[in-house]
Design a protein around this ligand. Structure first.
Ligand code: IMP
Length: 436
């Protein structure tokens, strides 16, 4: 399976880092295709915990080329800090490649993101404050800077001189300090000097790997319900985490994708504002949050927690053409007497089984639940589905039936080895999945 896309089926934080890490041995290249340092991937290997924001988690394997694709927005300061952290911990970063075309998150993007959120008050999106929206906005407006521009003083001076007066007007209106062209150009050149050796033409890197028949993993950040087009706008991020984003942001065509693996948790979480029909505001939710360490990797904010919701799942399976699923954090539900599973919505007395496209319709939705008896026994050491407590197996089967796609990996703990792997033969979505 030369090209596999890994995509989040919920609101991000599904544990995609563990999925990538689990598959890494068979993979030659891991490509991040969208987002920026708003993301956080936590990878646990033995006693070591790595928290990565920009560099794909494949970097922990010496045989893997880790690519930051053209669809990513890069804060060079974060990238340099991450490369330094990895190097200090003995990880070889010489195979990290950054697209020359990836856009740069500038200091004014970060300031404007935070200033705008403050201005929105109660209506804020709850962004990570990393400048993601303003950077993608400038990209769409064709006034952004790309990574290759960091190498050229004349280009930097010209571009920054053109945009900065408008940025400073906005910063001033938000009560924030103005920035100067000279300081920004100097900062950019320093970043460029430091990162020059990592810059590459990522599209051709990916295409060459595929031509050699190597297995390329395209790793999405955030999740389907935070997608700019498919999420509950405006409570979304500013890029396309869906599998289609892997094509535009990774430099491959749709027919080059062999498998789209969806990643989901056994319950739901969401960070930031926006509708979340199955949200739990009681001690069951607090218990799940505590056991699942549901705190944002990037912001340290507590994540909102809720029961698993099949509405967004069905939608995510459809818009991503999901061909297999990894289910994470099943172990966190151990000990809960009754596990609820959202199977439909009640909207004004009407049963709805489709994820509504409008955020206001979702806000009015009351979940319809199916209840499942829980299980008490810890499941960290279970390595086959047959050895799970019967009630856990029933819950997994119900999720699989709702998705209509095989759950091929089930995570029962943070370690790479704490994973149940079912025998499966990956195939293109159109052919369906065969399980042996
Ligand atoms: P932004 O991506 O920082 O602009 O934030 C937009 C929305 O996406 C906010 O609700 C954030 O909390 C959410 N978000 C961004 N990145 C992540 C992530 O990696 N995990 C979960 N939520 C995220």
């Amino acid at each position: 399976m030369p090209a596999t896309v890994i995509v989040g089926l919920q609101w991000g934080d599904e544990g995609k880092g563990k999925t990538t890490d689990f598959l890494a041995e068979q993979v030659a290249m891991v490509v991040r295709y969208q987002g920026g340092d708003n993301a956080g991937h936590t990878v646990v290997t033995g006693d070591e915990v790595f928290k990565l924001h920009l560099v794909p988690s494949g970097v922990l394997y010496p045989h893997i080329t880790s690519v930051i694709g053209n669809g990513v927005v890069v804060n060079p300061a974060t990238l340099i800090a991450e490369l330094d952290m990895l190097t200090a911990r003995g990880i070889d970063v010489s195979k990290v490649k950054v697209s020359r075309s990836a856009h740069v998150i500038m200091p004014y993007h970060v300031a404007l993101d935070r200033g705008n959120e403050a201005r929105l008050g109660e209506a804020r999106v709850g962004t990570t404050g990393r400048g993601i929206g303003p950077a993608y906005g400038d990209r769409a407006w064709r006034i952004g800077l790309r990574m290759e521009d960091l190498l050229d003083r004349a280009v930097l001076t010209d571009r920054i001189s053109r945009v900065l007066p408008d940025k400073n007007l906005l910063l001033g209106a938000m009560g924030l300090a103005a920035m100067t062209v000279d300081a920004l150009v100097d900062q950019c050149l320093a970043w460029g000097r430091r990162l020059e050796g990592y810059l590459d033409d990522s599209t051709w890197l990916v295409q060459a790997a595929l031509a050699r028949g190597e297995h390329v993993l395209l790793e999405g950040a955030q999740g389907t319900l935070l997608d700019l087009d498919h999420g509950s706008y405006p409570f979304v991020t500013s890029s396309n985490p869906v599998a289609g984003g892997a094509c535009t942001g990774g430099g491959i065509g749709p027919l080059q994708v062999d498998e789209v693996m969806g990643v989901m948790k056994a319950y739901a979480t969401r960070v930031g504002s926006g509708p979340f029909p199955t949200e739990l505001r009681d001690e069951i939710g607090a218990g799940i949050a505590a056991r699942g360490h549901e705190v944002g990797t990037t912001t340290g904010r507590p994540r909102r927690v809720g029961w698993f919701d099949a509405m967004p799942l069905r939608y995510a399976v459809a818009v991503n053409s999901i061909s297999s699923i990894m289910l994470n954090k099943l172990d966190i539900l151990s000990g809960i007497p009754t596990i609820r599973l959202g199977v439909a919505y009640d909207v004004g007395g009407r049963r709805v089984e489709h994820w509504p496209s409008s955020a206001s319709a979702i806000a009015d939705a009351t979940p319809v639940y199916e209840d499942f008896p829980g299980w008490d026994a810890p499941i960290h050491d279970v390595r086959s589905l047959a050895d799970l407590p019967e009630n856990a197996r029933r819950y997994v089967t119900a999720l699989e039936e709702l998705a209509g796609v095989p759950i091929v990996l089930v995570s029962v703990g943070p370690e790479r080895t704490q994973t149940i792997e079912r025998a499966w033969r990956p195939m293109r979505h159109r052919g369906g999945m065969a399980r042996s």
